[in-house]
Design a protein around this ligand. Sequence first.
Ligand code: 6PG
Length: 246
Amino acid sequence: MEMDEPENVSVFETPEQLALAAAQRVALCEREFHGRQERFSLVLAGGNTPRRVYELLATAPFKQRIEWGEVDLFFGDERCVPPDHRDSNYGMAYQALIFHVPIPPHNVYRMAGEGGPEQSARLYESQLRTYFAGASWPRFALVLLGMGTDGHTASLFPRSDALNEAERWVLPVSSPAPPRERLTLTVPVFNHAAHVLFLVSGKEKAERLAQVLNPKPQTEPLPAQLIQPSSGSVEWLVDSAAAALL
Ligand code: 6PG
């Protein structure tokens, strides 16, 4: 059940209802792009919250509803570990989604986290620049993002120089939490997306979520607050535990 909140925030009683709503939004967005004969470029989030969304997308009715041959999968960030490492965002998405759906392997654009961070960042950026041939910034159809208890999103952490990046699409960064070496898409990339969907669950996020959704003037914005697509939508799907202080 959704409760009243600012128009771009939807609150769901349970994490399962949040995940179902997120899967519905992904499927709806895919239909929007399918209807316009456009490729559906979907950026996956890492961490734990989106896992259940990916599992739902890999099962009926979503598995059958989505035209997987028209979907191109990307990653918002990655830990610099091999793809089969327990900390790999690709590994989580592969287990929960990719292995179970008929998406052609060449439609999956994995960040090669196992390579050197700088080299892998530049490789991924060149892949994106090829995919979005000639564009000054990529326009992803839909970006899924989570939020950490410190207000980070993707691997954009508070007080990081990466928050001010205005040229590069992909950066190597260091994380305060292990695995330390990571790759992340940058703020301008997220802000050129058509749709951004934040997924936030759990009482441990409640204080930070209230801060992010109620920005105070003259305070240093948190990374999640910087994600404001210039010509796109941003929506927050949160569960009641995370919304406790809204
Ligand atoms: C990652 C994610 C990260 C995540 C948040 C929330 O690589 O871990 O990109 O930004 O979305 O840390 O993680 P949870 O969903 O596990 O709370």
